[in-house]
Write a protein that binds this ligand. Structure first.
Ligand code: SF4
Length: 252
């Protein structure tokens, strides 16, 4: 498979576990705010699943996170990697932009992943403009992925990186009401400094307080809502916000 990078050991990418993170090359979207775009399109090392594991810190890593880019563009490599992780007793999380339902279905139904995190980039009528992908198709895909995960007892997280000026509270309202059956919804702070496009670098990022207000809107539809800032993670409670930081950073 084509790999753009490996983080040997991370404490922020798999809940409550130290994990290794493998970033696969290539993506079928081109989000202007992507902090990884240059790496995933310009760096590509051919590696087998065994070679990926040789680059992990096997002394401390307890889980494998497969990210990108869009990992489902390399279904055979991903499957090989998941199988090896399972043979070694590692729980597996996969990040996806939701474009390849069949690849996710295959992994979930064959019990090769434990956790799926799917991006919901924006309100579905804005998808085309922001990502180049048709919004109605992606909405259908995301709902299918949620169902597949729920039917197979695989944890399903949906997540949105909130970009001020492009998005507003109506985006969060529409997204949350659409994906209300997921296990967790995360609203993530936009990292303007590392955005791929110059015009996105100029957009001022939201404050933690603004994101917490958005979290409260989402909480009307979904029980488990978190806000991830560049410094930590905040869980939204019914009446108040719990400011316990879990030191989980936004990766995508
Ligand atoms: S943010 Fe995700 S989906 Fe968008 S270009 Fe970057 S890797 Fe691809």
């Amino acid at each position: 498979m084509k790999v753009s990078g490996i983080v040997e050991l991370s404490t922020i990418d798999y809940p409550k576990k130290c994990s290794a993170v493998v970033f696969l090359s290539g993506c079928n979207m081109k989000c202007g705010y992507c902090y990884n775009y240059k790496h995933i399109t310009e760096r590509s090392y051919e590696m087998s699943a065994e070679e990926v594991f040789k680059n992990m810190d096997l002394m401390f890593a307890e889980a494998l996170v497969i990210s990108g880019g869009e990992p489902t563009l390399q279904p055979e490599g991903v499957k090989e990697l998941c199988k090896l992780a399972k043979e070694k007793g590692f729980p597996v999380k996969i990040d996806t932009n939701g474009t390849n339902v069949d690849v996710i279905r295959d992994l979930v139904e064959n019990k090769l992943v434990d956790y799926v995190a799917v991006d919901v980039k924006c309100r579905f009528d804005k998808y085309k403009e922001l990502t180049g992908i048709d919004g109605e198709t992606i909405k259908e895909n995301i709902l299918k992925i949620i169902n597949i995960c729920k039917e197979n007892n695989v944890f399903i997280e949906c997540r949105t990186t909130f970009i001020p000026t492009i998005m507003d509270k109506e985006d969060i309202e529409e997204i949350a009401s659409t994906i209300k059956d997921c296990d967790m919804y995360a609203i993530q702070q936009f990292d303007n400094e590392h955005a791929y496009c110059e015009e996105f670098k100029k957009i001022k990022t939201s404050t933690t307080e603004e994101l917490l207000e958005l979290g409260k809107i989402a909480k009307n539809y979904i029980d488990n809502v978190v806000v991830r800032t560049l410094d930590g993670e905040f869980r939204i409670n019914n009446d108040l916000m719990d400011n316990n930081k879990n030191n989980i950073k936004n990766r995508r």
